[in-house]
Design a protein around this ligand. Structure first.
Ligand SMILES: *[C@@H]1O[C@H](CO)[C@@H](O)[C@H](O)[C@H]1NC(C)=O
Ligand SMILES: *[C@@H]1O[C@H](CO)[C@@H](O)[C@H](O)[C@H]1NC(C)=O
Length: 615
């Protein structure tokens, strides 16, 4: 506090010397009303001045002065002529041109802005001027560090007397504070605090460069959201879309958080939630915004909500954790907008008309970089911004680009919501260029088709072989079927062997019953087998691939059947003979003719089996 008081004292001394300087004495300020708004992290001072020309020469510029500690925080300054009748009327017309000037014989510690009047102010004439000055980082947290449970207290310092190179006849100040506690404030004669409004003055006949320090210490728990850097990329696509992507690097610019953060305390005890911590931010997007997303380094965040009407779209975003003093977070929001709302034509040029600043409410941006990505092939590019910015051009490449897209880059420090004015980027564009990419695609596909055709022709064997492949598959099926038939027949032959064996056993043991039992089991086995054969043969008959093999298979099956019948007959005869107890010779005579046939048939069947096994 002592430090401030000393600085202020020095100011007063310095200006005291200057007060007799004649340079500025032609103008007098008949009335000055100042309103200081301290309800957010951004300080806004609105001053209405009644300026009178008391000299004899017309005057075309008015000087505004700011002490060093304010000048370095000044983000935005605009002066407008108030042509309305009396107070409460809005200022009309655009802001008057203002620029920094360095008049002679003034201390370095003051910064002067010159407001140029369109029309000189003649002798004895007066005008009303409204000045809005917006400051960032002008509220000093005091104490600088607070714990999770503390409220945030801030210091604001200014002068009760309007600091001006001109004499002021009558003036007053009203300070609007947040609806919260006022810790202390400088008390001067006539100072009044009513509710959240603090009034100083009126003061009369103040000499030039008069400085009467005031300090206000008050509670303010508004979110001190400061974007250290914000990169806004606005990409124009002539196919109907403007894509906006905003990369935020945000921190809480209020009183630093000290001690350890306890999430338990934070969640369980509302009173230690950190009154100044902020949990959510609201971005006001243009109407008809679509495909809105919000993500951080980890991924998309779903705890954002979106609502809107025909005038605006509001996106409420909630970082993953509440932000306490000094904490940071980085995230990206993106959205698409209809091109026709922002792209226009005049004098054969197209131009984008877009708002400059961030859509987030009451955000302070230390460094704002706006990149406008124009369609490939844009020419004669120029930008028009209503305030000074650094400007340059880059090139961006994305898929299908041949020479890259021109990018207009605008950079500005210390940006406040007042900078959300419209800027324009003008460029010339040949509509035919728009066809470049589709043509590239068309040619791309064309060449792809040509390549396919060439490929198909060059490699016709593929299509042939695919037919032959089919044939191969069919042939394999035929082979498999034939193999199955082969297996079945060999089962049958094994059964035949069993029958023969049972007859040999019979001749040795004379056990008729055992022989009959074997016969029975072989009978049923052969019956089942003939059922299995049927579908296999049907398949071969329907398959053209099997044409050459089918006769042999059918012959094999017929021969085996014949062989089977003869074997059965032989078996029946032999068993009969045994039951009738006939002699061995007698039996041999009875089966002799059949036995010959059986032997030759067996030979034929074996040959056929060998043949079909080899296909
Ligand atoms: C996030 O969501 C947007 C829109 O839904 C989508 O375009 C983007 O690819 C998503 N990003 C991630 C990392 O999931
Ligand atoms: C840009 O848009 C704003 C808001 O719609 C409008 O007021 C302004 O006149 C436009 N500027 C130009 C140059 O068209």
């Amino acid at each position: 506090m002592l430090r401030f008081a000393l600085t202020l004292l020095l100011f007063t001394l310095a200006f005291g010397v200057l007060s007799s300087s004649p340079v500025f004495s032609d103008l007098i300020l008949a009335k000055v009303d100042r309103r200081i708004d301290l309800t957010s992290q951004i300080v806004r001072i609105t001053t209405s001045l009644k300026v009178e020309n008391a000299g004899s020469n017309p005057i075309s510029e008015i000087l505004l002065s700011f002490p060093e500690n304010q000048a370095k925080h000044l983000a935005y300054l605009t002066a407008t002529l108030n042509e309305g009748k009396g107070k409460g009327k809005a200022s009309s017309g655009a802001g008057l041109p203002t620029e920094v000037v360095i008049p002679k014989d003034v201390p370095d510690s003051l910064t002067f802005y010159s407001v140029s009047l369109h029309k000189g102010l003649g002798k004895g004439e007066s005008l009303l001027l409204d000045v809005l000055a917006v400051f960032t980082h002008a509220l000093e947290p005091f104490p600088e560090k607070i714990s999770q449970a503390d409220i945030q207290l801030l210091l604001f310092q200014d002068t009760a007397h309007f600091l001006s190179p001109y004499k002021v006849m009558v003036q007053s100040v009203a300070v609007k504070l947040p609806e919260a506690r006022v810790e202390s404030y400088t008390k001067l004669e006539g100072t009044k605090l009513s509710g959240s409004e603090l009034k100083y003055g009126p003061f009369h006949n103040i000499p030039p460069f008069s400085y009467l320090p005031i300090i206000i210490h008050f509670e303010n728990n508004q979110p001190f959201a400061v974007a250290e850097e914000l990169v806004r990329e606005i990409e124009i696509s002539h196919w109907g879309n403007v894509q906006v992507t905003e990369h935020y690097n945000l921190f809480h610019g209020g009183a630093k958080s000290k001690g350890e953060f306890s999430r338990l305390d934070y969640q369980a005890r509302p009173y230690v939630r950190g009154a100044s911590a902020f949990r959510r931010l609201v971005a006001r997007l243009p109407p008809r915004a679509h495909s809105v997303y919000y993500r951080d380094e980890i991924g998309n965040i779903s705890t954002s909500s979106l609502w809107g009407d025909s005038k605006k779209t509001e996106l409420e975003i909630e970082p993953r954790y509440p932000l306490f003093g000094g904490w940071r977070t980085a995230f990206t929001i993106g959205y698409g907008l209809p091109l026709r709302d922002f792209l226009f034509e005049s004098d054969g040029k197209r131009f984008l008309n877009f708002s400059f600043g961030s859509p987030i409410n009451e955000l302070v941006i230390d460094t704002l970089i706006v990149k406008v990505v124009l369609p490939e092939g844009s020419k004669d590019i120029s930008a028009s911004v209503p305030f000074p910015v650094k400007q340059w051009q880059e090139t961006k490449f994305s898929h299908l680009d041949l020479v890259g897209r021109p990018v207009v880059v605008l950079e500005k420090n210390n940006v406040v919501p007042e900078h959300n004015e419209h800027f324009q980027v003008y460029y010339k564009f040949n509509s035919l260029s728009m066809l470049t990419e589709p043509l590239m695609l068309i040619f791309g596909f064309f060449f792809l088709f040509v390549a396919c055709i060439v490929y198909m022709h060059a490699d016709l064997s593929i299509s042939k072989s695919s037919a032959s492949y089919l044939a191969k598959v069919q042939w394999e099926e035929v082979q498999a079927t034939v193999q199955q038939i082969h297996n079945i027949i060999s089962h049958c032959l094994t059964a035949h062997d069993k029958l023969e064996a049972s007859l040999r056993d019979l001749s040795r043991t004379g056990d008729v019953q055992a022989c009959k039992a074997t016969r029975k089991s072989v009978d049923s086995l052969l019956k089942g087998v003939s059922k299995d054969l049927k579908p296999l043969v049907t398949f071969l008959q329907s398959s053209p691939q099997a044409a050459h093999i089918l006769p042999k298979v059918e012959e094999l099956i017929a021969k085996e059947r014949d062989l089977q019948e003869r074997l059965m007959a032989k078996h029946t005869t032999v068993v009969d003979c045994y039951e009738k107890k006939l002699g061995g010779r007698e039996i041999e005579n009875r089966i002799a003719s059949n036995q010959q046939k059986i032997t030759s048939l067996r030979q034929e069947v074996d040959d056929l089996m060998e043949f079909i096994d080899e296909i």
